[in-house]
Design a protein around this ligand. Structure first.
Ligand SMILES: O=C(O)CCC(=O)C(=O)O
Length: 241
């Protein structure tokens, strides 16, 4: 992580867990149309608000090896940023390279975000494995990768690519004949506003229904001494009624 800005944790999932996650992905992807913009991909299907029905994704979202790595980089208190399932379908061209933390006006040397791409299918150069620019998390503001600096993060299904929010990357071109599915979970410092408003999407009953660790990752706790109170109370107390 320090040298390259990413690490692949290979084959973390047992076969049954991977099969269950794939079945959950297929159910969620039923009837989902392609995205309507070039960045998300006009041959890519995306599903958000996954905490409304985390199901077989729960062991991935809470995997101890991933959780430990994220906590080591961000500290014990952090929250989900954008959280989505994606299916990069055959014919989808490569995504514009970007770094996820680029949405925040922060200096490049602040590690604000650590993200995970779970491979639900084998990630290969042919089917659009995520392209990463090793070491680019240390690049100064304004430097961008040229195509020769991007390498495919090939990994077997059930593996996790964990990377700095400062790493330049993008989904690759799917030249194969089957979709390339991924569960993507961003993790942020607790005081940043996440891309997805998990609490509003879930509502109070949805938050109460979550396992406690997911409730924390959904951003329920206060994000600092004066960030995230509800009616002057700690959000957990407010939610408990
Ligand atoms: O699907 C991938 O490999 C990466 C997707 C991504 O970086 C994004 O949509 O922001």
């Amino acid at each position: 992580m320090d040298a390259d800005g990413y690490v692949i944790l290979p084959e973390l999932l047992p076969a049954a867990g991977l099969a269950a996650a794939r079945a959950h992905a297929d159910a969620l992807l039923q009837g989902v149309p392609w995205s309507d913009n070039d960045f998300d991909g006009r041959r890519t299907r995306r599903v958000y608000n996954l905490l409304a029905d985390p199901g077989a994704f729960t062991p991935l979202l809470l995997h101890p090896a991933v959780r430990a790595l994220v906590a080591e980089r961000l500290g014990a208190e952090h929250q989900f940023g954008m959280l989505f399932l994606s299916a990069v379908d055959p014919g989808q061209g490569a995504q514009v390279p970007h770094f996820d933390a680029g949405v925040y006006p922060l200096p490049r040397d602040v590690e604000a975000e650590v993200n995970v791409i779970w491979a639900l299918d084998d990630f290969t150069a042919a089917n659009g494995a995520t392209l990463v620019a090793p070491g680019s998390h240390r690049w100064p503001a304004g430097r961008r990768p040229d195509p020769s600096q991007l390498v495919p993060a090939e990994m077997p299904a059930g593996s996790a690519l964990v990377y700095s929010g400062r790493l330049w990357h993008g989904a690759g071109h799917n030249r194969a004949s089957a979709p390339r599915r991924a569960l993507i979970a961003e993790h942020l410092l607790p005081w940043l506003r996440p891309a997805d408003h998990h609490a509003l999407a879930l509502g109070a009953p949805g938050l109460r229904a979550l396992p406690p660790e997911l409730r924390v990752l959904a951003g329920l706790p206060a994000g600092g001494r004066y960030a995230g109170f509800v009616g002057g109370a700690l959000p957990e107390r407010w939610l408990a009624g």
